[in-house]
Ligand binder design. Structure first.
Ligand SMILES: Cc1cc2nc3c(=O)[nH]c(=O)nc-3n(C[C@H](O)[C@H](O)[C@H](O)COP(=O)(O)O)c2cc1C
Length: 333
C-alpha cells in the first residue's frame, strides 16, 4: 500500500503531519514524532512578540555601540538571546531538519505583516521545507472593517511569499464573512497551501475571582466537521494544497478528512493526549481502512471523495437535521 502524499509540492511518506505544539519544540521531540511515523513535523510558532523583543535587544546593542551580528549577543549577558528568540528558532530548524528524514516546517505567528519577510527567508535557508503563516489578529475594535482584516492578511502573505524561497501556507480561522472568497484571494496571491483551521483560544472567566483566564484546551472530534465542509467546498476550486487541522482523534477522523479532499491531515490534541506514538495507530488505522475499502494509494481517495454539496444543499441538510431533531423528544445525540 502506498501512503505517499503531495503537500505544498513536498513529497511526504504519508499525509499525517504533527502540527505545531510543545511536542515539536526540541530536536528530541521532532525525532520522536518522526519515529512514530508522521509524514512531516511543524515546529511551534515563532511569535511576533519574540521578533519585536529581538529587535529591542539589537537596539540596546546599537545604543552600546556594538556591531550587531548574532554572535555579538553572547558578549552581552543581559541581552543574550532567550530560548524563544529568532536566533534560537533558526538554530532549532537547522538541527531538527538535519536530525530527521521527513520535512520540518516552520511557523510564524503574528498580527502584523512587518518584519516577517526577512525571517521567512531565513527560515527556509535554515532548512525549513516550508513555512506556515499563522495570522492571529483579533479584530476586536468595532471600527476595523472586514476588508482591513483581509487586506492585512493578504499583505502578510505577499510579503512572506516574495521573500521565502520555500512554499508558504496560511493557517486560517473560519471567522470570515465569506471564507470561500478569502481562500480564493489567498490562492491567487500565491499561497501554496491553506490549513483549515487554526484554533482561537478564547479566554474563560474564572467563576470565583471574576478574572479572565487564558484559555487553552484540547480539541474534540466534532471540531473536524467545519474544516471538512470547507475542504470539500474548496476542493477543485483552489490550486493551493489543502490541509485538514482540528479534531483528529482517531483514524476515522483522519479518513474523513481525506474523503473530504484534504491533501494532508494534521494533529496536535490527540498526540498531546495520548503521546506521539498515537501517530502510529492513526496510520495503522488508515491502512486498515484503505485495505478494507479497496484503496491502494492516496489518489484513490479522489475517486471516493465526498461531494461537498451546493450551498442550497447545505442549507437543506441543516433544515432537515433540525426538523428531524424537533420532531422527536429524544434524538440521536
Ligand atoms: C498546547 C498547544 C500549543 C499549540 N501551539 C501552536 C503554535 O505554536 N502555533 C500554531 O500555529 N498552532 C499551535 N497550536 C494549534 C495546533 O497546532 C492545532 O492547529 C490545533 O490544536 C488544532 O488541531 P487539533 O485539533 O489536532 O489539536 C497549539 C495547540 C495546542 C493545544
Amino acid at each position: 500500500m502506498d501512503l505517499t502524499a503531495t503537500y505544498l509540492g513536498l513529497q511526504l511518506r504519508n499525509p499525517l503531519i504533527a502540527s505545531p505544539s510543545p511536542l515539536s519544540r526540541t530536536v528530541a521531540g521532532v525525532r520522536r514524532l518522526t519515529e512514530a511515523g508522521v509524514g512531516a513535523v511543524v515546529l511551534p510558532s515563532l511569535f511576533e512578540e519574540d521578533i519585536l523583543e529581538a529587535e529591542r535587544r539589537e537596539g540596546m546593542l546599537l545604543d552600546q555601540g556594538a556591531d550587531v551580528f548574532p554572535e555579538a549577543l553572547s558578549y552581552f549577558p543581559e541581552t543574550a538571546a532567550p530560548a524563544s528568540s529568532p536566533e534560537a528558532y533558526l538554530r532549532l530548524i537547522e538541527r531538527a531538519a538535519r536530525a530527521v528524514e521527513v520535512p520540518v516546517l516552520a511557523s510564524l505567528n503574528a498580527a502584523n505583516a512587518e518584519g516577517w519577510a526577512g525571517l521567512a527567508r531565513a527560515m527556509g535557508e535554515a532548512g525549513a521545507a516550508a513555512i506556515e503563516l499563522n495570522f492571529y489578529q483579533l479584530p476586536a475594535d468595532p471600527e476595523v472593517t472586514s476588508a482591513d482584516v483581509e487586506d492585512r492578511l493578504l499583505e502578510a502573505l505577499q510579503a512572506a511569499r516574495a521573500a521565502a524561497r520555500v512554499p508558504v501556507a496560511v493557517k486560517l480561522v473560519p471567522y470570515f464573512s465569506s471564507l470561500g472568497e478569502m481562500a480564493t484571494r489567498l490562492d491567487r496571491a500565491g499561497a501554496d497551501g491553506l490549513i483549515l483551521f487554526n484554533r482561537w483560544l478564547q479566554p474563560e472567566i474564572d467563576f470565583e475571582t471574576g478574572r479572565a483566564l487564558p484559555g487553552i484546551g484540547l480539541s474534540v472530534p466534532m471540531d473536524g466537521r467545519l474544516p471538512r465542509v470547507w475542504i470539500a467546498l474548496l476542493r477543485g476550486r483552489v490550486r493551493a494544497s489543502l490541509a485538514g487541522s482540528s479534531g483528529v482523534e482517531s483514524a476515522q477522523d483522519l479518513v474523513r478528512y481525506l474523503l473530504a479532499g484534504a491533501d494532508a491531515v494534521m494533529t496536535t490534541s490527540a498526540l498531546l493526549r495520548h503521546g506521539p506514538d498515537h501517530a502510529r495507530s492513526l496510520l495503522e488505522g488508515l491502512q486498515g481502512w484503505m485495505a478494507g475499502h479497496g484503496l491502494e494509494r492516496m489518489q484513490d481517495f479522489r475517486a471516493r471523495a465526498a461531494t461537498p454539496g451546493r450551498p442550497a444543499e447545505l442549507r437543506s441538510t441543516y433544515v432537515e437535521a433540525l426538523r428531524l431533531a424537533n420532531s422527536q423528544d429524544r434524538g440521536p445525540w
